[in-house]
Design a binder for this molecule. Structure first.
Ligand SMILES: NC(=O)C1=CN([C@@H]2O[C@H](COP(=O)(O)OP(=O)(O)OC[C@H]3O[C@@H](n4cnc5c(N)ncnc54)[C@H](O)[C@@H]3O)[C@@H](O)[C@H]2O)C=CC1
Ligand SMILES: O=C(O)[C@H]1O[C@H](OP(=O)(O)OP(=O)(O)OC[C@H]2O[C@@H](n3ccc(=O)[nH]c3=O)[C@H](O)[C@@H]2O)[C@H](O)[C@@H](O)[C@@H]1O
Length: 445
């Protein structure tokens, strides 16, 4: 099937590559001409495990192509997938400007029937607006009779495992009230729906809300656990024991109950706030969502507060080794990363940072530029040299079993501030290290 994908970001590029991998003929469109140019040369703009092979092979096979020309994109695909960003506006609501720009481009250039698929995360009612925008453009061209359907098909991939999430989705949500569009969507996703039925059809508005409900539910689990961690800390309990204890109940499950320094990334923070804004416009009371958001904002400052307490507010002459910058492992993405809150608070307090991250250092340099208070290190061990203490902000696998004796030797003050609960107090105390974490007992050797 001929498919056009608008927006070559995390979602668009991975989805396009997955569709090409199963044999579809995919043309990707982006307004960022430099990104298109780079992809044509096999340069992948984001780090995502398995993506480079998928893109390079399918591009080489001619099934995955790139263009900066929207008109070419509109002409190519029978299915037009919109996967552009929906960033937050001042009041927290999602900005659908980019989505509508694509809808306008489709309406201005289409000359044959289309199925328009909204894959971006959009507020309930956006598919109706896409429909109106395309219709208005067709009216202007006196082409009202040209048929098209707008389908909601939210994406559930996670960064860091985006390729496998797309190749093996656990569900495919399709919002449409058209039997014709349903048939096309079945054909489009048939290769991903082989071992058991994953497609769930519903009305458009329910599909749009399903995406927000899923992200908000997961964010709620995380904020709930972070709140439990603060209680555990005050009561001398160990949140990691509590986590294991409650996760064993299948009604709760082990997933998304890891306490930490708050959820980051381009989606949970933005989508929780966007649903709060949508609910406010609709007149709904959403106290749970507001609490989830507030807890997360507070949680992101927690690691800095632990550091500040321990050093009694005297941070101006201190240097900290920070392991991990990305908002989660296996990505170079630093959008809303808790590490950013940490770095900025440390700098505001006059401290310096020696940072190491396996993938996100270029991104961090792009965000903060060159500054004396930030030094990037080639290895996690190098980051320790001359540091007063170690702070862990992202749970990369390579941080799980460090040489504690070396850590002890390198640090001026032997303390680990563990924002991801990778270790425990006993384990590090053996090496003469003090340990502060999220909702776990502390021991001072
Ligand atoms: N990043 C993620 O893990 C997930 C994101 N989503 C949602 O998917 C949507 C896209 O997110 P990302 O891929 O992270 O965004 P992104 O910011 O990585 O990529 C968006 C791309 O769209 C391009 N673009 C903007 N306007 C355009 C236009 N008129 N025509 C063509 N291209 C245009 C931009 O240049 C950019 O390359 C958002 O609504 C997001 O909430 C959904 C699930 C997962
Ligand atoms: O809409 C989206 O963009 C995506 O948002 C999340 O995916 P993502 O943000 O890539 O990453 P997650 O693995 O969900 O992690 C989000 C944040 O929550 C934090 N987290 C996650 C799990 C946990 O138990 N504790 C916790 O603090 C992570 O450290 C990270 O900062 C969802 O998991 C995806 O299903 C969804 O498609």
């Amino acid at each position: 099937m001929k498919i056009s994908v608008f927006g070559i970001g995390y979602v668009g590029l991975v989805q396009a590559a997955a569709l090409a991998e199963v044999g579809h003929d995919v043309l990707c469109v982006d307004i960022d001409a430099a990104r298109v140019e780079a992809l044509e040369q096999g340069i992948i703009p984001i780090y995502e495990p398995g993506l480079e092979r998928l893109v390079v092979e399918n591009h080489g096979a001619g099934r995955l192509r790139f263009t900066a020309d929207p008109e070419e994109g509109v002409q190519h695909g029978y299915v037009q997938i919109i996967a552009v960003g929906t960033p937050p506006m001042e009041d927290g609501s999602a900005n659908t400007r980019y989505v509508m720009a694509v809808a306008g481009a489709i309406g201005r250039a289409m000359t044959s029937e289309k199925i328009v698929v909204s894959k971006s995360t959009v507020p309930v009612g956006t598919c109706d607006e896409i429909h109106e925008t395309i219709t208005a453009e067709l009216d202007r061209r006196a082409l009202r009779a040209l048929g098209f359907h707008v389908v909601s098909n939210p994406e559930f991939l996670k960064e860091g495992s985006a390729v496998s999430d797309c190749m093996k989705p656990d569900r495919i949500i399709i919002g449409t009230d058209s039997a014709d569009a349903e048939a096309v969507m079945r054909e489009l996703y048939a290769p991903f729906n082989r071992n058991h039925e994953k497609m769930i059809f519903m009305d458009v508005r329910s599909a749009e809300l399903t995406k927000y409900a899923a992200n908000c539910m997961l964010a709620t689990k995380i904020s709930f656990m972070n709140e439990m961690a603060s209680i555990a800390h005050l009561l001398g309990a160990d949140i990691e024991q509590v986590r294991l204890g409650i996760g064993s109940d299948p009604r709760i499950g082990y997933d998304f109950i890891y306490p930490g320094i708050g959820y980051g990334g381009s989606c949970f923070p933005k989508d929780v706030r966007a649903l709060i804004a949508t609910a406010a416009k609709a007149g709904a009371e959403v106290n749970i969502l507001k609490a989830v958001n507030q807890r997360n904002d507070a949680q992101k400052r927690l690691l800095f507060e632990l550091v500040q307490q321990r050093f009694e507010g005297q941070l101006s002459d201190k240097t900290f080794a920070v392991w991990g910058l990305a908002f989660k492992p296996n990505t170079n993405d630093m959008r809303e990363a808790p590490a950013r809150v940490l770095l900025e608070a440390l700098w505001d307090a006059g401290a310096r940072v020696r940072a190491y991250d396996p993938q996100a250092m270029n991104e961090c340099a792009r965000i903060y530029g060159e500054r004396p208070e930030l030094v990037f290190c080639d290895t996690k061990e190098h980051a320790l040299c001359g540091a007063d203490a170690l702070i862990i902000a992202t749970e990369w696998k390579s941080f799980r079993a460090p040489d504690f004796a070396l850590v002890r030797k390198a640090l001026r003050t032997p303390i680990i501030f563990d924002g991801r609960n990778l270790y425990n107090a006993k384990q590090v105390a053996v090496h003469g290290l003090e340990y502060r974490s999220i909702g776990r007992p502390e021991t001072i050797p």
